[in-house]
Design a binder for this molecule. Sequence first.
Ligand code: FPP
Length: 250
Amino acid sequence: MAAAASNPLPRHIAITMDGNGRWAKARGLARIAGHKAGLAPVRMCIRECGSRGIGALTLFAFSSENWGRPAEEVGSLMGLFLESLEREIAELHAQNVRMRFIGERRHLPVRLQARIAAAEERTAGNSGLKLQVAVSYGGRWDIIQAAQSLARECSSGALRPDEITEERFAKALALAHVPDADLVIRTGGEQRISNFLLWNLAYAELYFTATLWPDFALADFEAALTFFGNRERRFGHTSSQLGAVQGRGS
Ligand code: FPP
């Protein structure tokens, strides 16, 4: 861990937790068993981010496209989100985690919506890790909903079109309260973004690993931090200009 500890840490890590289904299939289990096994690395990442002072963690739990999965799997996943939220919220609160959900909430079961609202309210005063769980989320949806809210402000006269800057646009997105992601981790071997945080990934370092999400252990998390610590982040500038660029929000 020495390398990662001495090198810069990401301020915001975003994770696509892929490979649960294959993990279960390899063991002759139902896919939901893989999703359940995926809770252990979720806990580990939350704990590690909190203890290392990484400010924000965003987990891609269910995409806009995942609604197209078999109804049985969708129902089991919704049940798992509900149960795990009920079970873990006290511990998350004790860890000073500030929890938010991002995504199209109105599509979720009503009981889950209520639990989400209660979890957000309970942890609203916490000052530790900012944890975002993306459920029914898509990067394109996020950009569209931001554009719609700005368009509404323009049509009401509260905003002029030429006042729509990058900063103003970013404030209308679901992740307005955290810096852009510095590091994206995707498990499960695929090397694509799959409609995750499109706007917020503009300068992110991308770390792909073949490890299936339920197998993602502390050593894998540390390997991702070491990878990040060894990257030279130029934000479109040259190496020699870097001193001036380091402070830029990314
Ligand atoms: C993708 O693997 C994973 C999901 C769609 C669900 C992720 C959910 C969890 C890890 C459960 C707990 C999370 C929280 C934050 C409560 P996949 O099913 O696409 O795997 P495959 O590519 O092997 O089929």
